[in-house]
Design a protein around this ligand. Sequence first.
Ligand code: NAD
Length: 372
Amino acid sequence: MAVARESRPHERRVALVPGLVPRLTKAGLQVLVEPSAGAHAGHDDGEYRAAGADVTSKAIDGATVLLGVQPPTIEQVRRLADAAATVSFLPVERELDLVTAMRDSGRTALAMELVPRISRAQTMDALSSQAVVAGYRAALIAAERLPRFLPLLMTAAGTVRPARVLVLGAGVAGLQAIATVRRLGAQVSAYDVRAAAAEEIRSVGGEFIDLGLDTLEGAAGYAREMTEERAVRQRELLAPHVADADALITTASVPGRRAPLLVTAAMVAAMKPGSVVVDLAAEQGGNVEGVRSGEELVSGGILVWGGRNVPSQMPAQASQLYATNVVNLLLLMIDGGALRVDLDDEVIAGCCVTHGGEIRHRPTGELLATGP
Ligand code: NAD
């Protein structure tokens, strides 16, 4: 088994931390790690060696399983054993060439973002573990960039009102952002289209904004895409809340779609100078008009921060959590020290993109048939 060093810029996480190596060796696996694989996440090669792994630049050659955060390159896949499996995030719509190469070479590709969100697979749910990191980080970015206190302060020189923070999209990341800014003393309100969100927002100390609109429930507890008419109405109703906020954190997303546009440039321009906007959906097109992923833009005294691979900004703990998810999934497929991909297991079947020369994930098959 091999752990690849990430070659993509901005990726600072690693798919296996030294503390988890013994779980794999006890299961009968030999663990090989590329030199410096964990360097950004705070783990040097010596730690991996001490934990029982071999550190070698040839780690990938002939490996049965390749663990990564980002998808492997086609060149890396070619170096693996014939019936090898890869475990990583795998945004199939952007990686159709890789998926085709995996299928045609008979290798197994498992996508961490496709692990079913069922109770049994909670310990393998990397979307959730990394969203917790991103939501926390978004809250701290807002707090740090905001040129004012967050809590209510009563001083001899007068009373300072708490900062008002608005969170749009209250899934795993949004709820973590709400909880974090609450702990810092801000007054938080939030909106989400899912019916369960109102109670979830209140449970972490936020005030739910009831816009009087229908909820938008899609499959498996996710949100549905808005119609254009609904999107316009939602923006109109949210505009006064945005204008009133000192900080706005957006995290809304719909699986497999561009992120919904929740806030127009005019809504941002109506905020007070000094306000801060943190858009965690920037990589999926953005919830905020004009946001740029990986950039901070200032216009009219309002700062708009566009997230880019935000979990990598806290690489040590993001890696610890991600590696735990990966190891739990991998051990489901290890039998007597050998790889056994059991497609009767709903967790493995759910996240399997290619196996045995076939595309196993129907939406990917459709994408390949019609083009992205
Ligand atoms: P996500 O990242 O897909 O989306 C983030 C949030 O954006 C969601 O809450 C979504 O409702 C919201 N959103 C989408 N369109 C919106 C719009 N137009 N306006 C406002 N908000 C909008 O979602 P997620 O954080 O991955 O979680 C989604 C759901 O899955 C939640 O209900 C969560 O509790 C549930 N979940 C379940 C499990 C499990 O094990 N069973 C694990 C994780 C998450």
